[in-house]
Design a binder for this molecule. Structure first.
Ligand SMILES: CC(C)(COP(=O)(O)OP(=O)(O)OC[C@H]1O[C@@H](n2cnc3c(N)ncnc32)[C@H](O)[C@@H]1OP(=O)(O)O)[C@@H](O)C(=O)NCCC(=O)NCCS
Length: 387
């Protein structure tokens, strides 16, 4: 597999461009990072040295955000300080609220979030990305989303509750009632699991924008655009649609066989880097089993059949369950509607995106690859009035 040199920093080690042997930059090392490592063969995900399984079971989103941003897990004092800084930023500037209120109620929440972040940037952001801006923006993601979601359902946005953590406050802002402990726990683990993932498409996008010395809001708006597509973060609601369409265990095999044979991609399966089960899917599977034992029966049977049929009909492609498959079940179980699945992924990934923006600007070099030109050369130019 061909690789190129890391792009960050200013040390050019090789001036001969390397051509990717497959499309989509597969196998190309596009940056150096100390934030997270995806080992696609062993099925491991590491955040700054810590295994995702350890973090998912026993940390809060705020602890993991601290880890991603500052490079170490916080002690109690550092955690309390970060929590209070996040809580202090949970407001919506007037100019941004006007923009959110002006959106049609038919707008998808993911588009509303992207628009709110852009409006926030236009209203308050100047200068280079900073840790203060990172905290201010991450704190606001759930606040923007919940405000829009309530408005589109004819309800007024609520004030945040400073004593609640990130996950609990998000659920409170959406529903206006004390969130159940098991919902907060489930959502918190989800936010931990999804908060960073190596050089995925949206993170790469955020770093490209940061590398031009643009501002943090522009980097994160661009990342939101990249996350939205179904090949990246847009898959969970489509997993839910697929399970609803399949409907029963009896219907599963024929539905799946027909879909794969007809060239459809099964949502929640396959991954560019993991050639074994995604470790986040293992955590989410167990959480989904506990949260909704009845719904889990169909999801698990469809998963087993899909894996066996993918092996039969797509031999050698090494297609396994990815993070999105059980994300839908988990988010459903904590009471989030399908239109909030992808933006809730963004609530989590904002921590990773902003960590990568800060890392990029700390040792920046413009990200500017080359393209292989495949068009014609040396054509004879004919002026307009002679064509
Ligand atoms: C994630 C994903 C985009 C990775 O794509 P990729 O690395 O570009 O893989 P490719 O599209 O090159 O797929 C390689 C082969 O596996 C097949 N394949 C990949 N994912 C598949 C899926 N979910 N269902 C059926 N076949 C799949 C492709 O059709 C292709 O088959 P071919 O060799 O016969 O042409 C892809 O697996 C996918 O679209 N999955 C479904 C969407 C999803 O779950 N997205 C969330 C990702 S976390």
């Amino acid at each position: 597999m061909s690789t190129t040199i890391p792009n960050t920093g200013n040390t050019a080690q090789n001036t001969t461009p390397t051509k990717p042997n497959k499309g989509g930059l597969e196998g190309i090392v596009a940056a150096s990072t100390a934030i997270s490592k995806v080992d696609g063969t062993a099925g491991r995900l590491i955040y700054r040295g810590y295994d995702i399984h350890d973090l998912a079971r026993s940390t809060s989103f705020e602890e993991v955000a601290h880890l991603l941003w500052f490079g170490h897990l916080p002690n109690k004092q550092e955690l309390a300080s970060l929590r209070s800084k996040l809580a202090a930023e949970r407001s919506i500037p007037d100019g941004v609220m006007q923009t959110i209120r002006a959106l049609p109620h038919t707008t998808e929440p993911m588009d509303a979030l992207r628009t709110a972040v852009s409006a926030w940037g236009a209203n308050v952001i100047t200068g280079k990305p900073t840790i203060e801006q990172t905290i201010a923006l991450t704190a606001r993601f759930p606040v923007f989303l919940a405000a829009f979601q309530r408005l589109r359902h004819g309800q007024e946005p609520l004030e945040s509750r400073p004593e609640l953590g990130h996950a609990a406050n998000y659920l409170y802002l959406l529903r206006g009632e004390e969130p159940k402990e098991e919902h907060v726990k489930g959502l918190n683990s989800y936010l931990v699991l999804l908060s960073d993932h190596g050089m995925n498409a949206s993170t790469f996008t955020s770093r490209i924008v940061a590398s031009t010395e643009s501002d943090i809001a522009s980097s994160i708006v661009a990342a939101l655009g990249a996350l939205k597509g179904p090949l990246h973060g847009g898959a969970p609601s489509k997993v839910q649609d697929m399970l609803m369409e399949i409907g029963t265990v009896e219907n599963a095999e024929s539905w799946l066989r027909e879909a794969i044979s007809g060239g459809k991609k099964l949502m929640g399966f396959g991954h560019r880097v993991y050639k074994t089960t995604d470790p986040r899917a293992e955590e989410l599977r167990e959480m989904a089993r506990v949260a909704d034992p009845t719904g889990f029966v169909l999801a698990r049977r469809v998963e087993e059949l899909a894996l066996s049929l993918l092996d039969e009909l797509k031999p050698g492609r090494r297609l396994y369950t990815n993070v999105e498959y059980y994300s839908a079940a988990l988010m459903n179980s904590v009471g989030l509607s399908g239109d909030l699945f992808t933006p809730t992924f963004a609530v989590s990934r904002c921590a990773g995106w902003t960590a990568h923006v800060l890392e990029q600007v700390s040792n920046n070099r413009l990200i500017r690859p080359e393209a292989e030109y495949t068009g014609p050369m040396d054509l004879h130019f004919v002026p307009l009035n002679e064509r």
